[in-house]
Ligand binder design. Sequence first.
Ligand SMILES: NC(=O)C1=CN([C@@H]2O[C@H](COP(=O)(O)OP(=O)(O)OC[C@H]3O[C@@H](n4cnc5c(N)ncnc54)[C@H](OP(=O)(O)O)[C@@H]3O)[C@@H](O)[C@H]2O)C=CC1
Ligand SMILES: O=C(O)C1=N[C@H](C(=O)O)C[C@H](O)C1
Length: 269
Amino acid sequence: MSEPLAIVVNGVSGRMGRMLVEVINASDKARVCGALERPGHAWVGKDLGEMLGGTATSVIVGEDPAQVLKGAQAVIDFTAPAATVALARTAAQMGVAHIIGTTGFTPAHLAELQEIAQAGVIVRAGNMSLGVNLLTALTRKVAEALDSDYDIEIIEGHHRHKVDAPSGTALMLGEAAAEGRGVSLEDHAVRARDGITGAREKGSIGFAVVRGGDIIGEHDVMFAADGERLILRHIASDRAVFARGALKAALWAQGREAGEYDMMAVLGL
Ligand SMILES: NC(=O)C1=CN([C@@H]2O[C@H](COP(=O)(O)OP(=O)(O)OC[C@H]3O[C@@H](n4cnc5c(N)ncnc54)[C@H](OP(=O)(O)O)[C@@H]3O)[C@@H](O)[C@H]2O)C=CC1
Ligand SMILES: O=C(O)C1=N[C@H](C(=O)O)C[C@H](O)C1
């Protein structure tokens, strides 16, 4: 059997950071070789195992990506947009595959990631679960089959701590719907409604957002026409689905040519 893949987890104290450590530790295909947190974070310089409430390990949480990425084959990153873009540059320079789950990027961030991916391997997806990526493929197919008499609305729900809206997943589903329709999402998206909005514009793709409690992630894509509605739905009930997808992406990324890939490529969808 080959050596387990050496993976660094960025934002290791976060909801997804902790889940990634759990999923990687449970796998015989990979190991956590390093952990990163923002400079000055309380976990920096401390033993990862102890910070997670277990026994000591050989992994000490670091704050300097150039140090921590030495000897790593992949870094998995579910943090915040600016931190992710900065890490992408270091990872590309060091030949470490960068698996990005972070959402909430601006167009400028996305352009920068595209430029960095000329020199490094990036796998980025607003949702790393198998189920949502299948939903994305289905959304494209249904949007292709139905004309603009079917109004497309994307409804998403997340926990009260989420800072970006609409979710990365909702935007990914919106892109798939727009692609299926043969239009650009940018020109057809209605990302918020308030007040006297006027009637719905035919062909638009609407977004609605719920935030509350501990909802892990729920997404509906609705095709609403006169007389019928078709609703495609995904509900995540465990963050492990995202972490398992990210691990799969890290394994898949090894030996790939420089470029920015998504989970559809990883899953062959
Ligand atoms: N693509 C997917 O499948 C999924 C994507 N996500 C996305 O992942 C991101 C994180 O989500 P979640 O884990 O819930 O959020 P959390 O807030 O729980 O975790 C984010 C972590 O990143 C850390 N962080 C922030 N800035 C830096 C930095 N400069 N360097 C290193 N670490 C940093 C935070 O530290 P601090 O607490 O100090 O700010 C925190 O530990 C979000 O963008 C979310 O939308 C989430 C789930 C699935
Ligand atoms: O912030 C989260 O929690 C999640 N974010 C991702 C998103 O923005 O779509 C994926 C998942 O739904 C959980």
